[in-house]
Write a protein of this length. Structure first.
Length: 258
C-alpha cells in the first residue's frame, strides 16, 4: 500500500503480542480514549480543501496529482505547510520522521528546494515502507525509509514503541506523526527518547496535538524537558505542537513567521 490511496477511520492493526496484564490495561485505556476523542477522529477525516492542497503543491512545485488523498491518518495541509515553513527557515541537515506518509513526500521535496538534507523515516509496517520509497521515486525524490517494529518497551507511555535502527548521531528536525493512537493514546510521547539527539538548533513537530492523548503527552514533555519550549498551534483540523530549545524558541518563532 502507499499513501496515494485513501485510508479509513481505523488504523492498520498493530502487531499482535501475547496477552499480558499490562497490554490488557493499555487496551482498556485506548478504548476509553477512543470514546473520548471521537470528535477529533471524525475531524481528522478532513485533510484540507482542494484549493489548500493545490496551494501546498504549487508552493513546492509538485504536480497537482502528487497528493490525491489527504485526511484520515495522513497529515492535513496545515501541518504540511508548517513542515515546509520549518524547513525553509531551519535548513536542516538531518530530518527524522516517525510515521511515514504524505509528510515524507513533502519533507523530501522541501529539503530538495532548500539546500538538500537527509530524511530518515521510520514506520512499523514493512510493506508500507517499501511503497513509500517507490512513491517518492516517481517524483525523483529519495529518503531513507526504515522498518521499525513496535517492540521496544515504553511503560511510561503505555505500550511498545519503535525499534529504531541506525539512528543519526544528530537530528535537526524531528517530525512525530506516529505510531497511531490505536497503539496507545500516549505512545507518541516515547519520541522523547530522541530528544538528546537534537542539535542545539533542533526543532520538534508533533502532529494531532489537539487530541486529548497528545495534550497529555505535551504536558509531560513540558514538565520533564525544561530545556525545550513547547508551543501549541491550533490551526488545521488536528493542531500541532512545536518544540524548540528554550534559548532559541523566540528566534525560531520569529524566523518561521516572516
Amino acid at each position: 500500500m502507499t499513501t496515494k490511496r485513501p485510508t479509513g477511520l481505523l488504523t492498520i492493526g498493530a502487531n499482535r503480542f501475547p496477552f499480558s496484564r499490562a497490554r490488557f490495561r493499555a487496551k482498556c485505556v485506548t478504548l476509553a480514549f477512543g470514546a473520548i476523542q471521537w470528535p477529533w477522529l471524525l475531524r481528522s477525516l478532513y485533510g484540507g480543501t482542494r484549493a489548500e492542497k493545490q496551494a501546498l503543491l504549487r508552493r513546492i512545485d509538485l504536480p497537482q496529482d502528487a497528493l490525491p488523498h489527504l485526511g484520515s491518518w495522513k497529515a492535513d495541509t496545515f501541518f504540511l505547510h508548517r513542515i515546509v515553513d520549518t524547513i525553509e527557515s531551519l535548513r536542516p541537515e538531518v530530518v527524522v520522521e516517525l510515521g511515514s506518509g504524505a509528510s515524507s513526500l513533502i519533507i523530501a521535496r522541501a529539503l530538495a528546494l532548500n539546500g538538500g538534507g537527509r530524511l530518515v523515516s521510520y514506520d512499523q509496517h514493512a510493506p508500507f515502507v517499501a511503497g513509500m520509497a517507490q512513491w517518492l521515486a516517481e517524483h525523483d525524490l529519495a529518503a531513507e525509509f526504515r522498518h521499525a517494529p513496535l517492540s521496544i518497551s515504553a511503560p511510561k507511555w503505555g505500550a511498545d514503541w519503535y525499534r529504531l535502527a541506525e539512528l543519526p548521531a544528530s537530528i535537526d528536525l524531528l517530525v512525530v506523526d506516529g505510531p497511531p493512537w490505536s497503539v496507545h493514546p500516549f505512545i507518541r510521547g516515547a519520541a522523547e527518547k530522541l530528544f538528546p539527539l537534537l542539535s542545539p538548533r533542533g526543532v520538534i513537530l508533533l502532529d494531532d496535538a489537539a487530541r486529548p492523548g497528545e495534550q497529555i503527552v505535551a504536558s509531560r514533555w513540558r514538565r520533564d524537558w525544561k530545556e525545550f519550549a513547547f508551543e501549541f498551534e491550533a490551526g488545521g483540523t488536528k493542531g500541532m505542537l512545536r518544540g524548540t530549545r528554550s534559548g532559541s524558541a523566540a528566534n525560531a518563532r520569529d524566523a518561521v513567521s516572516t
